[in-house]
Design a protein around this ligand. Structure first.
Ligand SMILES: Nc1nc2c(ncn2[C@@H]2O[C@H](COP(=O)(O)OP(=O)(O)OP(=O)(O)O)[C@@H](O)[C@H]2O)c(=O)[nH]1
Length: 720
């Protein structure tokens, strides 16, 4: 009983310690000392407590009490932010607060107490974190399942394709096609295939029942990996050199990454790859559209190929009689290599099927319901007159062409994308009509290439070009506007064009380049493309003006002479037809020398002067009293339809004060090889150094001596 009482007795010392710990103010050292000494006194109850060790509690250590007291009543970090915390700055271990205290001047402070830092957890509650983890796990499992299914399908597909022989496609009546080995019906065709051939269900798209074809269509094969794949992030698209360096920009903007050679990451050797080819019927005729990828940018550059002989052929060699073009002027058959993409035709992987080749466009002739012949993986090896297999990976590779038969250099246009000119017929530039004219000329010649480069706005992009247009509306020209925005006058490069032309096998034998731009000729030659002739691109509005002036002159002459007799009229028509035919032949024929180019007489009337079918249209245009010719033939109707701009790219003829200024700037400031017509209507364009108002570089290029005039006469004639 006594022991029990002793155990629960509270001594005076305990009470004083308790009051020390619970008081508002921190105890002074003296208080602590007295408290300790009080505990040190041999007090009866203290003594009793010392003797009662059986309750498991340790004696209260005076040092511990002193430390606790010095820290104030709220000592744990957990208590620190409780709203009931009574003592600002009582947590002496907080560095921020100590710093704030040190910073405050000595003596009574009037400034408000420093803000206590807030320590808040940004972590989501655990339940949410678990939920997110769970979802991520489920997503990864789903992906893994899909990947496994995909692999399984591919395995199955491989099995199917190995069982199925490589084949030439045979047409089916419902528009699908079946592939049979070497064109022969397979004796061991599967029962399923045989059933399908015999009994097609009406309205059913048969080829979609073919599992292997479905797999092929949904998961097309990819070309062999490039030696130097596209780096991440993509390399700048454009901007290696500019034709005209910034002279004195009004502001001095930072050079763009593309503009500054030092800032550019060194590019790997350029590689291009034709991924797909297809036939497109255009208002001017059929062309093959090729889509290219490359390892310098992420853009899809294009090539349009006109090759009528190839389209008519059922063989990859030009030895096939039906594929041999006949030269208009001599009637002679000439063996011309077909213009084909080496990277498209080559084998992409082992076990490649004809289906794969045909779907990507590696086929012979024209794909129809009745002809589906996959091309040979190396078509050039079949053609003795063709360029050797083109090595597209490095344009530095030289080919020995000495043993090859001379070939007709195709017409080639290297065109830069212009959204505004080509899609909505902007009258600020001549891009739309130039593209249209290039289509007209290559299809008329029956053989040629347009390389369509995705370097909008001379390489500065659509956004910047539109900003430049606003500056032009303020009165600046196209060059100055570019410079003001911190770009060069022309930021385009032609490496990709060169690689595409090499891939198409036309670079080495020479091309007739449709351009007025001397810088373009220089750059493309630097890419290993042989330019044997420059063919001028004449604004159609100029041609039109010339023709109208000529027609007016003829009418005036007739009036002066009196009405011509029927016989005279016939003679004059015959003479005109003969002259037009000779012009027409010239646009089809390669030039004998680099010095003279009979210009593509561009413009709506140019159709008539080039296409025999339009000759009547030309004459009717010139002679008002021969309009009866128009109604007589279909060809004149075609002429009028085309003249009206049906199906033309952009606008068939571009004409505006803005265009006038644009062309003038190109001639005066960018050295384009074109003379602006004078007010008197003198439209002879003399491309020689003497005739063109062009800067130095223009004169040095041999092709700058080419002479072109709107009436098709040679330079010598024009200058006489
Ligand atoms: N920055 C800029 N680009 C323009 C402007 N007008 C047209 N372009 C672009 O210029 C490119 C065509 O270049 P041009 O100088 O017209 O012709 P070119 O291709 O150099 O020369 P040719 O072969 O003779 O046609 C296209 O990419 C157009 O988008 C303009 O005012 N400013």
């Amino acid at each position: 009983m006594l022991a029990h009482q002793q155990q629960h007795a509270v001594s005076q010392a305990d009470l004083s310690v308790l009051s020390l710990l619970t008081q508002d103010q921190a105890p002074s050292p003296a208080q602590v000392a007295s408290s300790s000494s009080a505990r040190g006194q041999p007090h009866a109850s203290t003594h009793r407590s010392k003797t009662k060790k059986g309750d498991g509690r340790a004696d209260v250590d005076p040092l511990l009490i002193a430390a606790a007291a010095a820290s104030g009543p709220d000592v744990t970090r957990n208590h620190y932010f409780h709203s009931f915390f009574p003592h600002p700055l009582a947590y002496s271990a907080c560095d921020d607060e100590r710093a704030a205290l040190n910073a405050s001047p000595p003596g009574p402070s009037t400034s408000p107490p420093a803000q206590r830092p807030k320590m808040e957890s940004r972590q989501a509650p655990r339940s949410i974190r678990l939920q997110v983890e769970e979802e991520e796990k489920r997503r990864l499992e789903r992906l893994e399942r899909l990947r496994r299914e995909q692999m399984q399908k591919e395995e199955e597909q491989k099995g199917v394709l190995q069982d199925k022989p490589q084949a030439v496609a045979l047409p089916t009546r419902d528009g699908g096609f079946d592939f049979q080995e070497d064109g022969k019906v397979q004796a061991q065709a599967s029962q399923r295939d045989a059933d399908r051939i015999k009994a097609p269900k009406p309205g059913q798209v048969r080829h979609l029942q073919d599992d292997s074809l479905v797999v092929l269509l949904r998961q097309p094969s990819t070309p062999p990996p490039l030696e130097h794949p596209l780096a991440e992030p993509p390399f700048p698209t454009v901007g290696a050199q500019s034709a005209v360096k910034p002279e004195s920009p009004l502001s001095a903007p930072e050079p763009t990454a593309a503009a500054s050679p030092e800032a550019r990451t060194p590019l790997p050797p350029l590689e291009v790859q034709c991924r797909v080819r297809t036939r497109i019927p255009t208002p001017h005729g059929h062309i093959f559209l090729h889509l290219y990828t490359n390892n310098h940018d992420t853009k899809e550059h294009l090539a349009f190929v006109a090759d009528h002989a190839q389209m008519a052929s059922t063989s990859l060699t030009t030895n096939a009689v039906e594929g041999t073009p006949i030269l208009a002027e001599t009637g002679e058959r000439r063996l011309l290599p077909f213009i084909r993409s080496h990277s498209l035709d080559c084998k992409w992987h082992d076990g490649e099927t004809d289906q794969e080749r045909i779907v990507r466009g590696a086929y012979v002739g024209r794909l129809t319901e009745t002809t589906h012949i996959a091309s040979h993986p190396n078509p050039h090896s079949l053609d003795p007159t063709a360029t050797p297999p083109h090595v597209h990976r490095s344009h530095r590779t030289t080919h020995n062409t000495s043993s090859q038969a001379p070939t007709d250099p195709p017409l080639v246009r290297i065109h830069s994308e212009c959204f505004t000119g080509e899609t909505i017929g902007s009258q600020r530039c001549d891009c739309g009509e130039q593209l249209d004219e290039a289509f007209r000329l290559i299809t008329l010649a029956g053989r040629g290439v347009i390389v369509y480069l995705r370097q909008e706005g001379r390489g500065i992009g659509l956004l910047e070009k539109m900003r430049a247009y606003n500056l032009q509306d303020l009165g600046h020209d196209t060059v100055t506007a570019n410079l003001m925005l911190g770009h060069g006058a022309d930021m385009r490069t032609y490496g990709i064009a060169g690689a595409i032309l090499r891939d198409l096998g036309v670079a080495h034998n020479g091309v007739r380049l449709l351009t007025n731009n001397p810088d373009k000729i220089k750059q493309i030659e630097g890419e290993g493309v042989k330019v044997v002739e420059r063919v001028a691109m004449v604004p159609r509005s100029w041609v039109l003006a010339e023709e109208e002036a000529a027609a007016a002159a003829r009418r005036a002459a007739r009036k002066a002479k009196g009405k011509v007799s029927g016989g005279d009229k016939r003679k004059s028509l015959d003479a005109s037809i003969a002259s037009l035919q000779s012009l027409d032949a010239s646009s089809r024929r390669p030039s004998d020398s680099r010095s003279t180019s009979l210009a593509s007489s561009a413009g709506p009337s140019g159709y008539s002067s080039r296409a025999p079918s339009d000759i009547d249209g030309e004459l009717s245009d010139g002679d008002s009293d021969s309009s009866d010719w128009d109604a007589k033939t279909d060809s004149s109707r075609a002429y009028h339809l085309r003249r009206a701009g049906v199906g033309m790219i952009g606008a068939s003829v571009t004409s505006s004060p803005e265009l006038d200024k644009y062309l003038r700037t190109k001639i005066d400031r960018m050295g384009h090889l074109l003379n602006h017509p004078t007010q008197q209507g003198t439209l002879k364009r003399v491309m020689s150094s003497g005739g063109a108002s062009t800067p130095g570089a223009t004169h040095q290029h041999p092709l700058s001596e080419s002479v072109t005039s709107l009436d098709g006469s040679s330079g010598e004639a024009a200058s006489r």
